[in-house]
Design a protein around this ligand. Structure first.
Ligand code: HEM
Length: 445
């Protein structure tokens, strides 16, 4: 059989080129794979959901609560189809798996990115894959946001109103941009078909193409190697080949992951569309985006209101808070491979404590994002009495810059402590005639 296929498809050449690629065996390298498995589950469950979802905001009679012949209960077809999917056998479960996988994909991508950052895996020659990875993260978040709108319950409707207003706030071209993006003035007749197109065609195509490029580059440039590889065979690729060892490991992990997601989804319901009801003029108090966009929402919450005209365009607090300000941390992430001036990293994952400035800057960045996300809860912080309307913005702005600065210096101090202890250990070992093993300080990577 093998020979039969080989004579026709020349598979052995493929085998030499790709399937013998060695994969490092280390748990941190599974993070990218978990992101990949989430994408596969999202596509599979998405295809099944698309079979029953109706991408239309045309009003139809709600078959679960039809009203009377004088006063029929009309709801958007998209909302109605979400209720119908919930009522189907395993329909609710399908929605839950799809929803939780979207969250897990973004979370796994963020943790994967942290691994890449803290171990210096973004350095030459892997800068391009860092940039591709960032695009993947941005497009994953956009895909998730468009997915949230599709059930078109009141929560989705109100969120869409906020997204539309933010798009409209772009000076000079905002009106045109918002109408072009959302198929007319909000809430246009075609808004759901348009967002559906983004969610099931445009964005997944971009995600799949970008993931393909990410994987090809990773295969071409090879993984960074965990530290143990240095001791096993210096500057050689240490790991198990894709065929046959790595494939069953990945398959097992994929099955285990799918099992855990299904178990999780069985117990934790998603956002209940029937509770929020169909779109209405009644605003929902303290509406929030998902956790990974909460930091943008926080920036928007604490920016003081202003508006001024510049060259005929109106610059508003909404535009600065939701677009200009968030572009700064995103821009910094893109600049990471250019800002890190330490020597190239062809082979080995670096020990984070040997790069204290990078480690401390990374911790400060994470604290900055967390504090801004906390600022997204400003109304709740005021309602609970933790802050007052008068001081909330000032306190949250101070925390946004003060806490990252403190965490930077704290991390530097801790790393200094760890390195002093490590060097003292080493001195003691040498004094007692010890030898071999890893050398202290920089020689670790
Ligand atoms: C969102 C979807 C993403 C998927 C599906 C994905 C998938 C993967 C996989 C499977 C690997 C190989 C295993 C590993 O090293 O963990 C990998 C490596 C890599 N990824 Fe991603 N990734 C994603 C996002 C990102 C992000 C957000 C970044 C950084 C900004 C990034 C940067 C990299 C780099 C530089 C490598 C090579 C690492 C090395 O050689 O050690 N990826 N990715």
């Amino acid at each position: 059989m093998n020979q039969w296929l080989d004579e026709r498809l020349h598979l052995s050449r493929l085998n030499d080129k790709f399937l013998r690629k060695a994969f490092p065996v280390h748990h941190s390298f599974f993070l990218g794979e978990i992101t990949l498995f989430s994408l596969v589950i999202l596509i599979l469950t998405g295809i099944l959901l698309a079979l029953s979802y109706e991408p239309s905001n045309t009003l139809v009679i709600n078959s679960f609560d039809p009203g009377t012949s004088d006063k029929p209960n009309l709801v958007p077809a998209a909302y109605h189809s979400a209720l119908k999917i919930n009522a189907m056998p395993f329909g609710d479960m399908l929605r839950r798996i799809h929803h939780w996988c979207a969250n897990i994909m973004v979370a796994a991508a963020v943790i994967h990115m942290m691994r890449i950052y803290f171990t210096g895996a973004f350095k030459k020659p892997r800068e391009i894959n860092w940039w591709i990875g960032l695009l993947l993260l941005i497009f994953s978040a956009l895909t998730a946001v468009t997915g949230y709108i599709l059930p078109y319950d009141n929560y989705a409707y109100q969120t869409l109103g906020v997204v539309y207003a933010i798009t409209k706030s772009v000076p000079w071209v905002g009106d045109w941009l918002a109408q072009a993006a959302f198929a007319g003035a909000f809430p246009g007749e075609q808004v759901i078909p348009r967002i559906y197109g983004y969610h099931i065609m445009l964005l997944p195509m971009i995600l799949v193409a970008t993931t393909g490029a990410h994987m090809l580059l990773m295969i071409k440039q090879k993984h960074t190697q965990p530290q143990y590889a240095k001791r096993v065979a210096y500057k050689k690729i240490v790991g198990v080949p894709l065929s046959t060892q790595q494939t069953p490991i990945m398959l097992l992990l994929a099955l285990l992951f799918a099992g855990l997601v299904i178990l999780f989804s069985a117990f934790i319901p998603v956002h209940p569309v029937e509770y929020f009801g169909p779109p209405s003029a009644t605003p929902i108090a303290n509406i929030k985006p998902d956790w990974y966009l909460l930091w943008v929402f926080g920036a928007l919450a604490i920016i003081p209101g202003f508006s001024f005209t510049l060259l005929g365009g109106t610059i508003t607090a909404e535009f600065v808070g939701a677009m200009v300000f968030p572009a700064i941390p995103i821009g910094l992430l893109f600049l990471v491979p250019l800002l890190d001036r330490s020597k190239d990293n062809m082979y080995y994952a670096e020990n984070p404590t040997n790069h204290p400035v990078r480690l401390a800057a990374g911790v400060a960045f994470m604290v900055f994002m967390l504090v801004l996300s906390l600022a997204g809860y400003k109304p709740e912080l005021i309602a609970s009495g933790t802050l007052t309307t008068g001081n909330a913005n000032a306190v949250l702005w101070i925390m946004t810059f003060l806490l990252p600065a403190l965490s930077y210096f704290l991390t530097m101090a801790i790393v200094r402590g760890i390195r002093t202890l490590r060097e003292a250990d080493e001195r003691e070992r040498l004094a007692h005639g010890g030898h071999g093993g890893a050398a202290p300080g920089h020689s670790h990577d």
